[in-house]
Design a protein around this ligand. Structure first.
Ligand SMILES: [Zn+2]
Length: 134
């Protein structure tokens, strides 16, 4: 049998599967010689495998970007909620300062303290998560 790729080499024994360069389903079953196998067929298989890997890597990168954007949006939402909370506390504090109520004042101090603790912890945890992901 003659090699289906170079059409020169006489194949001794079983020969090699020529896919993806040539279909195996020729008239008598296509086979290729060792030289064509190593110089043409195997590089073609590696190229198609690398293209597949590159495609997969690209889709993983896209997914990662999506997740990263979602995370950034969530972080921005949490920061906005905290900022709104701080603003509400400030406004309440001002209006109650006018009424000069010590009981309310104490409660507002506690709330301010809680908010700044939440903010500090949030930024601390966020930094920690970012470091772990690097
Ligand atoms: Zn050949």
């Amino acid at each position: 049998m003659i090699c289906c790729i170079c059409k020169v080499e006489e194949i001794k024994g079983m020969g090699n599967n020529p896919e993806p360069v040539k279909s195996m389903t020729g008239r008598f079953g296509n086979r290729c010689c060792d030289f064509c196998n190593y110089s043409v067929v195997l590089p073609a298989r590696m190229a198609s495998a690398s293209a597949e890997i590159a495609d997969k890597a690209e889709s993983v990168a896209k997914e990662l970007e999506k997740v990263t954007n979602q995370r950034d949006n969530l972080v921005a939402m949490v920061r906005n909620v905290l900022a709104d909370f701080v603003e509400i506390i400030k406004v309440e504090k001002q209006s109650l300062a006018v009424q000069d109520s010590e009981r309310h004042q104490g409660w507002l101090e506690a709330m301010s303290c809680a908010v700044s603790t939440i903010e500090t912890n949030f930024e601390h945890c966020y930094e920690k998560i970012n470091k772990e992901n690097d």
